[in-house]
Design a protein around this ligand. Structure first.
Ligand code: PMP
Length: 414
């Protein structure tokens, strides 16, 4: 029995994509306990956007611990919380002319989603929510109803509640306008789909296969929501924080959601989740959606440091530049392997390589691990290799990783 099997015999069996024990990490490189070095193209599913252990964060956390800053901030103002709110407003909201209130939720993305749908129901006095095919929003009972993949459902959970899954952009083929379909459903009283409280979506579907919504589709969806006073919720948990090139994934489409869910990368690896809510829909009573660990001070310290990446536009430019390197390398790979009918999708630094052959993307992920490159699969059949390197990865390491993918794929197919 190896060490990992021993560990696993002591805990509930868990999906183990990468059979080693990881130890430390620096920017885009993770070391296991034997000192083996892995290039990280997974980044904790979009949690490590700013790289592992950036110096300024380590320093700020060390200082905070040394000054005895750990105190519980549930219903208190703290200097760490105040610094984060100030920095977030100054760096993210004000320059984008966005007017949102921040609400810290329980520290997981799922809890932010739960709060968002509760608030939408409370504000609109409607219960139905529209989510999308291949969407992922978490696995607690409310969020699970929104998550499309049936793998996570079990009959014993009692089924999905008050959710309708509409076809995402492109789901019915490249020439079908799924917004027309959705508006007919909403406007036809005999459709069986009640007027929803909210429509919730990811602008790029992370777990569902790196499906990318177009600017036109998002803008039509936003107009549809306005027309029927439906709240628009953007779940930016996986593809916010610069993943698509700008801080928010929806910025490029010039839309302003009513609620935005943020988590994962906002705390740079420490647990933090929050909602941005338009001030006019903040109808919560005090303590109505609370939770012991909402707004953790250590996470605020890290998050405040990380927001400095957005002090000017050079970070965004570098993401787009590296995104182009990824895109052209993957396009070349699709050309070089025509028998695999690969499709390449993504934006900024979130990319997917769909390989229709059953099991191929998973075999590739395993083979990449053996070459010391970490990349997971996604999609409803795990048919997509997902590439999410830290946004701070050096171009040299990015190119090494992309070259490993190209040679490994060739080796697998010959
Ligand atoms: N929404 C999206 C888009 C996600 O990718 C995830 C996590 N993969 C969640 C919600 C749930 O977040 P958490 O796992 O932190 O609860």
């Amino acid at each position: 029995m190896d060490v990992i099997d021993q560990l696993e015999s002591q805990v509930r069996s868990y999906v183990r994509s990468f059979p080693t024990t990881f130890d430390i990490a620096e920017n885009a490189i993770i070391y296991d306990e034997h000192g083996n070095k892995y290039i990280d193209f997974f980044a904790g599913a979009g949690t490590i956007n700013y790289g592992h252990n950036p110096n300024n964060v380590t320093q700020a956390l060390t200082n905070y611990l040394q000054k005895k800053g750990i105190l519980h901030s549930l219903d208190k103002a703290t200097t760490a919380k105040k610094a984060f709110i100030t920095k977030f407003n100054d760096t993210i909201l004000r320059p984008r002319k966005l007017d949102y209130k921040l609400q810290f939720t329980g520290p997981t993305g799922t809890n932010a989603v739960e709060a968002a749908i509760k608030l939408a129901r409370k504000v609109t006095k409607r219960t139905n929510i529209i989510a999308f095919t291949n969407g992922y929003h978490g696995l607690t009972l409310g969020a699970l109803s929104l998550t499309a993949n049936d793998y996570y459902q079990d009959e014993s959970y009692g089924g999905r509640h008050n959710v309708y899954h509409a076809p995402y952009d492109g789901y019915l083929g490249p020439n079908v306008n799924t917004i027309n379909y959705l508006s007919q459903l909403i406007e036809d009283p005999s459709s069986g789909v009640p007027l929803p409280a909210a429509i919730i979506l990811e602008v790029v579907q992370g777990e569902g296969g790196i499906n990318v919504a177009s600017r036109e589709w998002l803008s039509a969806l936003s107009a549809l929501c306005k027309k029927h006073s439906i709240l628009l919720i953007i779940d930016d948990i996986q593809v916010g924080n610069g993943r698509t090139g700008e801080f928010f994934s929806f910025e490029f489409a010039d839309i302003t959601p009513d609620i935005v869910c943020l988590s994962k990368a906002i705390g740079g690896g420490l647990p933090l989740a929050l909602l941005l809510i338009k001030p006019e829909i903040d109808q919560w009573l005090a303590g109505e959606h609370t939770g012991t660990f909402r707004g953790n001070n250590l996470a605020f310290v890290a998050a405040t440091e990380l927001l400095s990446y957005w002090d000017n536009d050079s970070f965004s430019k570098s993401i787009h530049q590296k995104g182009q390197i990824i895109q052209s390398s993957l396009n070349q790979l699709a050309i070089d392997n025509p028998e695999l009918s690969i499709s390449v999708r993504g934006r900024g630094m979130v990319w997917g390589l769909e390989i229709p052959e059953q099991g191929m993307a998973q075999r590739l992920s395993k083979a990449l691990f053996n070459k010391q490159l970490l990349a997971e699969t996604c999609g409803n059949r795990d048919q997509v290799l997902k590439l999410l390197p830290p946004l701070t990865i050096s171009e040299a390491e990015l190119n090494v990783g992309l070259a490993i993918i190209a040679t490994t794929l060739t080796e697998l197919t010959y």
